[in-house]
Design a protein. Structure first.
Length: 215
């Protein structure tokens, strides 16, 4: 089954993905857009000078998404679970945040662009969130991290997208505790989603029609 891990930068996505890969049955972890792109230097800037350029950047990211999708489909066809470190909902969440912060009327167009690309959606997405102070402390350990990716206003608007995400089931997880403390909670939600989808409970896997918060 396909699991997504979401959140702003420094929320703990990659750490949780790596930890889950150690406890689940040989899942494929699909890296984020930056680490999948053939040349990360060609990725668009976080904020473009205009709405049209912001949408043009989305086209570039959707090309990277096709690489991620092919990897996921190959693993899924082999019967392996897949963990996405960021999903296409990241693209919409980012567009939503930029639109709110800079007044770009791009949200509906961005959503349609992604829907037209027929994305591979996780059956379950775990949205990691924490306080601005925690994000700032973690970002200080990652020199060169653009501040927009964890700024409080950006994070607030980014997370607001997940009130109506593309993924059919979204669980909010407070990622303030260490990753080791998050893993049992994440596994529990994965097993619950797997059972809801009629799959054996011993492995991970998600599905479900509702988004909800978890402490």
């Amino acid at each position: 089954m396909i699991i997504g891990i979401e959140g702003v930068s420094c929320a703990g996505k990659s750490s949780l993905a790596r930890a889950l890969a150690q406890v689940l049955d040989d899942p494929l972890v699909v890296p984020c857009y930056y680490h999948t792109a053939p040349d990360p230097a060609l990725l668009p800037a976080p904020v473009a000078p205009s709405a049209d350029e912001q949408l043009a950047g989305l086209h570039i990211l959707l090309e990277v998404e096709q690489i991620r999708r092919r990897r996921a489909e190959e693993a899924h066809a082999q019967g392996r679970d897949v963990i996405f470190d960021r999903t296409v909902d990241t693209l919409l969440a980012h567009a939503h945040a930029v639109a709110e912060l800079h007044g770009y009327p791009i949200i509906s167009q961005a959503r349609q662009l992604i829907l037209d690309a027929r994305p591979l959606l996780p059956a379950l997405t775990l949205l990691l969130h924490t306080s601005p102070d925690v994000l700032a402390v973690r970002a200080a350990k990652r020199p060169g991290m653009p501040p927009i990716f964890y700024a409080p206003d950006f994070a607030r608007h980014f997370n607001a997208h997940f009130a109506s995400p593309l993924t059919p089931r979204c669980i909010w997880l407070d990622s303030t505790p260490p990753t080791a403390a998050l893993v049992p909670r994440a596994v529990r939600h994965i097993q619950q989603a797997r059972r809801a989808a009629g799959h054996p409970p011993e492995g991970p896997g998600p599905s479900g029609p509702t988004a909800r918060r978890a402490a």
